[in-house]
Design a protein around this ligand. Sequence first.
Ligand code: NAD
Ligand code: MG
Length: 385
Amino acid sequence: MARSISVLGATGSIGASTLDLIRRNRNDWRVVALTANGDAEGLARLAREFGAEVAVVADEGALPALREALDGTSIHAAAGSAALIEAASRGADITVAAIVGCAGLAPTMAAIERGGVIALANKEALVSAGDVMTAAVARHGATLLPVDSEHNAIFQCLAGNSLEHVQAITLTASGGPFRDWTLEQLQRATPAEAVKHPNWSMGAKISVDSATMMNKGLEFIEAFHLFPVGVERLRIIVHPQSIVHSMVEYRDGSTLAQLGPSDMRVPIASALAWPERMDTPCAPLDLAAIGQLTFRTPDEIRFPATRLARNAVIEGGAAPATMNAANEIAVAAFLDGQIAFTRIVQSVEDVLSRSAMPAPTCLDDVIAIDAEARARARELMEPVR
Ligand code: NAD
Ligand code: MG
């Protein structure tokens, strides 16, 4: 029987990779809800192609265009945050959380509250909500399947093993497009240079995060919640080829790694088919052609984001949500040409050092911390000199 699926953030990079897999296995899936931010035409095209039950734009201003584009179909068109939450709570067999940023938190929590299976790409939601989200997962009997390639790799390497036997978990990092740049060069890095990732093709925000290494910082916190082995057992290693997607070292001396092409359809397929496997069109690895896999220690002088993230998760409370929110504002300001590349992580550190919000105990607390940190970060955004 066909399984049902909803894709939150259907028009993005992860959304497109997910729907590509669905398209190739059309008879195995029934599409329930597809959502986007404001791209009504793009969303309507997908909703028509996949015969979705409902299409939702977050931006209410885009509703008339969505209605028009869906005219003559039986697809329900809706808009706004309540509609997004309603779409996420439709109880699809699997919900792909692929909205970018903390904007995806409330819909992801809504899917969790339905006790469903959530394929989580939206790392910012887990970083911000942390224990609030993991407690909800436990309370509602939901299942979080990591889509982020590193976490999906770790999930695969852990299969069937207890965390008790884990000595360390190592997240690999490509190092991003500026891996070998000097601090002086980083100062002058442009948005166009930052979004040109050497190995992966991704949305603009995560591409900038990858360039600052904040992506690895967010992933460190994501791993802390998904695989609770303790901060001291979580490591980061730079691996420029992005072939080894992460590793789990066991106390008996075995290290398991997952390898694969730099194509998000691999981890997405692993989550969609879990606990089974499904075919993908991705070319198999040709290790002889790749020749060498290299590894090195991250440089936290040029790329301080991972240090910030480690400290934020150790501090706990409001720090991770604050860090994430400040970073979202700073990345947007950088993409907008308002601040220099190196100001992104500096301003996140500034916001973190000034924040004094209490630890969140529910979704509303997380949203309040996020709003407060955004306001503080906005005050810091000054033009590039
Ligand atoms: P993207 O920018 O390509 O797509 C984002 C999606 O979210 C789009 O559908 C957009 O319409 C929607 N969206 C944006 N703002 C929204 C808002 N305010 N309200 C509702 N919807 C909104 O991003 P992406 O690269 O697909 O990344 C999505 C998530 O997956 C991010 O959290 C990212 O960190 C994570 N992720 C992405 C990749 C990748 O290869 N692209 C890899 C690992 C993890
Ligand atoms: Mg990743």
